[in-house]
Every structure is written in structure tokens, then in C-alpha cells.
Design a protein around this ligand. Structure first.
Ligand SMILES: Cc1cc2nc3c(=O)[nH]c(=O)nc-3n(C[C@H](O)[C@H](O)[C@H](O)COP(=O)(O)O)c2cc1C
Ligand code: SF4
Ligand code: SF4
Length: 254
């Protein structure tokens, strides 16, 4: 069983491909599961659980880390071997160490950790933007071969295939905690004059975090994963994050 969280479709694409290659099923974490992990039970229909999620600031999306730490576990999930699959625009640092720590604390058996480079989605700081359409398509195309290698590694015993990048210790141990504390607030989200109050952003939010205000335009709550599905889905490019997203592009893998 591959249990996944995906903001903009990259991880969903890879999770589904991996499940096909391994002949297993997939489960997308729902808003209810992410908002109240303790009331849900993680399960598997095989001897494996593959946890799939995007890399956020060289660590795990906090909502996924919280789910893994607090969700109930079926007997099969307790006895299973656990694997990690992360998608990243560039590199994952030591994201796997965080993932392993959480599961080891629960007494679970972990095996391989895998990373795939996919189109970048982070646009919320100066200097960060989506990839060119050519680079994005090239990354998606190259992921097919990478997923085949990952499936083979899992079937042959689970050797790690990380993408660490440069300075992984600083990125994961210093920048990640800073980012989590100071750069993940949904407060800067707002709309520009292009918003037509169509409601799409609210319908697609995986956390159920967006509701219509008095004039029908979106209002953001506090339960935000910062996955950027709202920003990348808006057909009018009307979602802004402070001024950081001015002139930035969009990416969504359907
Ligand atoms: C909040 C946030 C932080 C990110 N941090 C990183 C990062 O540290 N390293 C990286 O290579 N990509 C980073 N990215 C890019 C995503 O990991 C990458 O685009 C991923 O494939 C998105 O997956 P998804 O489409 O399943 O949401 C970040 C994206 C977001 C939204
Ligand atoms: S998707 Fe865009 S246009 Fe539609 S309500 Fe949301 S911000 Fe407005
Ligand atoms: S509000 Fe936007 S960024 Fe936050 S969880 Fe929902 S879709 Fe993702």
C-alpha cells in the first residue's frame, strides 16, 4: 500500500506509478485524516507501507509528519516494512532521517528511502519559481525510468536511493526548523482583482482550509499544509502570497 500526500500532482503521479509497478494499491490522505490523525487508522493490504510525500524545505510536510506520528495503525501496518518516497524540485537533504526517526519511535521496521526529481512548485520566496515548461516536462519524462529503478530496488531488498544535494545537514537541521516556524503561515495568501469567486481553490484544497468570504472570494483558515494547490490551480492566476508570487508561474500535474 502506498499512502500519499500530494499538493500539485507530482507525488500522486509517482505514487500511482510505483503502486502499478509493484502491483499494490494507493491511498491518498484525506483532509479528515490530516486534520485529525489520531481518529484514523493507517492500513496496508500488503506487507509494505510506502509513505509518499513532497519534500518541503529539506524535510517532511509537517502535516504528513504529524499524521505518521499520531495515526492509529492496523495490525498489518504494524507488522509491515515501511518505505519512503519523496518528490523534490531539486534535492531532499536528510528528509529520510526525519521520516525514519518518526517511524522508529513507533517501533516500526523501516527499509529503503527514495527520491525523484520532479517539477518545482515552490514560488513563495524571492528567487524561487516554477521550472521552464521544457525542464518540467523533461523531469516528468525522466521520472519513468527512476520509478522503474525504485520499484526494482524495493523488490530486491530496499537499498536507499536518496537525492541529498549540497549541505544536507544545514538544510535539514537548520533551515527546515526555521522554515517550519517562520515561513509556513497562510496569512500572506490573498486574491488580486482577477478573482471571479469561482470557488475552485476551495474545492481542490486537500486540507479543506479555504472558505468563501462575504463576497465569494476565498478566505484562508489556519489548517494550511502550504502545498500550493490553490495557488497553482487558479485559472485566473488570482492567488498571491504577499508580493512574493508577483510574476511567478504555475505548475499542476493532472
Ligand atoms: C512549501 C514547499 C517547500 C519545498 N521545498 C523543497 C525543497 O526543500 N527541496 C526541493 O527540491 N523542492 C522543494 N519543493 C518543491 C517540491 O518538493 C516538488 O515540487 C514536489 O515534487 C511537489 O510535489 P507535489 O506536486 O506532490 O506537491 C518545495 C515545495 C513547496 C510547496
Ligand atoms: S480559483 Fe482563483 S478565481 Fe476561483 S475563487 Fe479561487 S482565487 Fe478566485
Ligand atoms: S490553503 Fe492552499 S496551500 Fe494551504 S493546504 Fe489548501 S491548497 Fe494547500
Amino acid at each position: 500500500m502506498t499512502i500519499y500526500f500530494s499538493g500539485t500532482g507530482n507525488t500522486r503521479h509517482c505514487a500511482i506509478r510505483l503502486a502499478e509497478l509493484l502491483g499494490e494499491s494507493v491511498h491518498e490522505l484525506s483532509a479528515d485524516e490530516l486534520r485529525d490523525p489520531a481518529s484514523s487508522v493507517a492500513d496496508t493490504d500488503s506487507g509494505r507501507v510506502i509513505w509518499a510525500f513532497p519534500t518541503y524545505s529539506w524535510g517532511m510536510p509537517p502535516v504528513v509528519a504529524d499524521y505518521m506520528a499520531n495515526a492509529g495503525l492496523s495490525d498489518k501496518a504494524r507488522q509491515a516494512t515501511h518505505y519512503m518516497l519523496t518528490t523534490c524540485g531539486d534535492d531532499m537533504g536528510y528528509t529520510d532521517r526525519q521520516w525514519r526517526r518518526i517511524l522508529s519511535k513507533r517501533g516500526l521496521t523501516t527499509a529503503g528511502a527514495y527520491a525523484v526529481t520532479m517539477p518545482n512548485t515552490y514560488t513563495l520566496m524571492k528567487g524561487f519559481d516554477v521550472d521552464s515548461p521544457e525542464l518540467a516536462q523533461a523531469k516528468v519524462a525522466a521520472s519513468a525510468e527512476r520509478m522503474a529503478l525504485i520499484a526494482k530496488a524495493i523488490l530486491e531488498g530496499g537499498a536507499d536511493m536518496p537525492i541529498r544535494g549540497s549541505f544536507p545537514r544545514i538544510k535539514s537541521s537548520v533551515i527546515y526548523p526555521w522554515f517550519k516556524r517562520f515561513a509556513m503561515s497562510p496569512k500572506p495568501f490573498h486574491t488580486n482583482a482577477g478573482c471571479t469567486a469561482c470557488g475552485l481553490c476551495s474545492r481542490v484544497c486537500p486540507m479543506g482550509n479555504i472558505s468563501p468570504g462575504a463576497d465569494g472570494t476565498p478566505e484562508w483558515g489556519e489548517d494550511c499544509a502550504l502545498c500550493l494547490r490553490c495557488y497553482h490551480s487558479c485559472p485566473r492566476r488570482a492567488i498571491c502570497y504577499g508580493k512574493a508570487t508577483d510574476g511567478k508561474g504555475q505548475w499542476l500535474l493532472k
